[in-house]
Design a protein around this ligand. Structure first.
Ligand code: G6P
Length: 475
């Protein structure tokens, strides 16, 4: 089996001492590396002092190497804060209005991608397969090809892909989105995302095959397919079963005083629709007054990307709203919303999910949203809670037992919370069973294996065609 080289902006170097904080990307990469020798390359998360790049640092853990580089301040600002998170992130989440483009940041983005390629180059062996993750590294295959690496290279986009009308608003999009044509395989979260990207490449003159799963452009062939990212469903269910008996869980349960828990868990990000959700909850208290005093809405929201102005703004907005709603509806013995900014371990979150009667996952736009999947996996099948899910989360294509809502409609959120709290046990069980079965069958191991199988195929197919062509040519 060939070695797998994984590349992503951040690398989760395992810390045998620390709690398991791993996010979705780390779980996905670990699944890919599970049965094979591998190397994971990316940014250490550290800024190096001065203006000179320091050499990569390698950590060996079991059969895997973790190779990281630091970024100098300028690169961090232009590549990460600037182009990745102030231009690509908003535009790919359909928020052209929030994009702040500068050609300096684009330059920094391209420069850091070239630096990744330079640093990675000497670790790549001819038989390696390379799997690149997410919007930070759109041009990486192009850079690696320019350094002579002919390895199979796949790319997976963890965030949404909007239609061409929006992609074309991205200045010099050919340098970034267009550079995806240097990969052998491009994976998206949903069919909808794949269709949008296909339409974009058609506008750039790509020829699509009849079955639409690959296209030819400038003499290159690219496979393009959805691979909805998943979770380690059974492991997660087991974690939740145990964690719900922990001291942490008991303390939270006691503090609820018999009230039903409504739960939201999101990074602090404008794409998550947290203010809209809080407005929806306020509408719920307004319309369904009988629930006042009988529910607690806990919103767990670790802060992120705090150097980016739009993230400071959303922080301010949410703080103000929570204060307003608690002031308006709260009583001396009841706080309607608990808002916490800490990050919790996987086990603690699993315990909260299992305790929650309602999981509120209402992003304005989300590639997949693994909180939705984790919430389902964590439920007690005998007495499951209900998932209220945005129609604009990738997970909505799969989780047909959720109550789907439009996050822009507070009345709809309010009615969905009420319906979830009132739902009879039989219906809750039936919805949960359906979704759990799907998640158990489509888990993260299957996701990783199907992507890698497609990457292998993407290399075999054109060669097969070449061989057949040659055969006919000789005759
Ligand atoms: C999203 C992205 C990931 C990213 C994560 C955390 O899930 O798809 O690529 O790592 O957010 O964001 P951060 O900027 O802190 O890495």
């Amino acid at each position: 089996m060939p070695r797998l080289v994984v590349v992503s902006n951040r690398v989760a170097v395992p810390d045998p001492e620390g709690p398991r904080l791993a996010g979705g990307l780390a779980v996905a990469v670990n699944a890919a590396l599970k049965h094979r020798e591998g190397l994971w390359f990316g940014w250490s998360g550290q800024i190096s002092p001065g203006e000179t790049n320091t050499p990569p640092v390698t950590v060996e853990r079991r059969r895997r190497s973790f190779v990281t580089i630091d970024l100098i301040e300028n690169d961090f600002q232009e590549y990460y804060n600037g182009f990745a998170n102030r231009v690509l992130w908003p535009i790919l989440h359909y928020r052209v209005d929030l994009a702040e483009f500068t050609s300096v940041d684009l330059g920094g983005y391209l420069r850091v991608n070239a630096r990744f390629a330079d640093a990675l180059s000497r670790f790549i062996q001819p038989d390696d397969w390379i799997w690149v993750h997410d919007y930070h590294l759109l041009p990486l295959a192009k850079e690696l090809r320019a350094r002579g690496h002919d390895n199979p290279i796949g790319f997976f986009l963890h965030i949404p892909c909007p239609p061409p009308d929006i992609l074309l608003a991205l200045p010099q999009h050919l340098e970034t989105v267009g550079a995806l044509s240097h990969y052998d395989l491009v994976g998206t979260q949903t069919q909808h995302d794949a269709d949008n990207l296909r339409n974009y490449f058609e506008l750039q003159g790509a020829n699509f095959a009849r079955n639409q799963t690959h296209f030819d452009i400038d003499g290159r062939r690219v496979q393009l397919r959805p691979f909805p990212v998943a979770i380690a469903t059974k492991v997660y269910a087991r974690t939740a079963r145990t964690a719900v008996r922990s001291d942490f869980a008991n303390e939270v349960r006691d503090s609820l005083n018999g009230r039903s828990l409504i739960l939201g868990v999101d990074r602090l990000d404008y794409s998550k629709g947290i203010p809209h959700r809080i407005q929806g909850f306020a509408q719920f208290l307004e319309t369904f007054q009988n629930w006042r005093g009988h529910v607690t809405y806990l919103q767990v929201t670790p802060q992120s990307r705090s150097d980016v102005p739009e993230y400071a703004d959303i922080n301010q907005t949410v703080n103000t709203l929570v204060g307003e709603i608690n002031g308006r509806f709260g009583e001396p013995a009841w706080t309607p919303i608990r808002y916490v900014n800490h990050a919790y371990s996987r086990a603690s979150l699993a315990a909260l999910y299992r305790m929650a009667r309602v999981g509120l996952v209402t992003p304005l736009r989300d590639g997949m949203n693994l909180v939705a999947k984790e919430y389902v996996a964590a439920q007690d099948p005998e007495n499951p809670g209900v998932l209220v899910l945005s129609q604009f989360a990738g997970a909505a294509e799969e989780l047909d037992g959720a109550i789907l809502i439009n996050p822009h409609e507070p009345e709809g959120i309010a009615a969905a919370i009420d319906a979830a709290l009132q739902m009879p046990l039989g219906e809750r069980q039936a919805r949960h069973r359906r979704m759990y079965r799907h998640l158990a069958a489509h888990d993260i191991d299957r996701w990783a294996e199907s992507f890698l199988a497609a990457l292998m195929e993407s290399r075999q197919q054109p060669r097969l065609f070449d061989n057949i062509r040659q055969l006919f040519a000789v005759r």
